[in-house]
Design a protein around this ligand. Sequence first.
Ligand code: ZN
Length: 368
Amino acid sequence: MATGFFWDERCFWHSGGNYAFMSPVGGLVQPMATGGLPEDPETKRRLKNLLDVTGLLDTLHSQSAPAITEDDLLRVHPASYLENFRSTSTAGGGELGLRTPFGPDGYDIACLSAGLAKEALFATLTGRVDNAYALSRPPGHHCLPDFPNGFCLLANIAVAVEAALAARMVDRIAVLDWDVHHGNGTEAIFYDRDDVLTISIHQERNYPLDSGDFEDRGSGAGEGFNLNVPLPPGAGHAAYIEVMDRLVIPQVQGFQPDAIVVACGFDASGVDPLSRMLAGSDTFRQMTGMTREIADDLCDGRLTLVHEGGYSAAHVPFCGHAVLEALSDSPITAPDPLAPRIAGQQPGPRFQAYCTTLIAEMEAALTS
Ligand code: ZN
């Protein structure tokens, strides 16, 4: 099994914004001694470092990638947005949307992040590797064509998918987003299209506050090609696996994609500061295994994961390690020190039955 791992130290140098957690400093909000926005390089760098220390990284095809080209970006983003982003970056950085501050070279780093996603997808599609993981930063799934939000400055996965479609490497791609927040950017970009199936599993009403409803199934030619699975706060391992089994896998099977891309956020973790869910590293490991199985069945195993959110610097490395173990069939493990705590906090039978009822209602609506 050849698994590509695409990363670049420069992506960890993306910075900007004088925030205390999610709030701009000023008034009564005191600047933080350390930190700032939760979208901090340490979560990602510590994942790469853990892979290094266990030796798993040595077994992967580890590499960087060229920055995304302007031609690639223009399939998703208007020229005016790119010009504004580039000139603001050259002037030292700024803020063009909502919670997406960036510093000097922010444009170039975002182009590199999108380039990692494209290269990972292309490496999978051309057979250079069997599957791939892109440690992209800044993330991309919230970014709209002309409005950056939720720490996302360029729509990494959408840009990569459009590049693969334009190159006629594939006709149909499924994008599965298990970041705990709604993949509103990816949804919006492909909402009226039938060649890209978008699926988002997320905590209901987390971010954005006004999107991600189950009823939003796409429009026009895209009707039926978008699926939102909002879950209540507190849903844990069993709910995620049940969603994969009863909702995600049948939808992807019905779509018959030529490749699958996962927007891989780790912020459904039971210790993530930006969510109230109870996934563990085994949840991510198992979801990766299930996605690999459907990719094997449907599209010669062509599976690419692109890193999105995940804000627990202590836990993300172990979740990511579990995903890369599952992706590469590796015997190298990194026992998760938080696994017993998260396992002990899983919902009891009454709440689990409630989750099962919600999932069964969505399943019935999809099959009716
Ligand atoms: Zn997220």
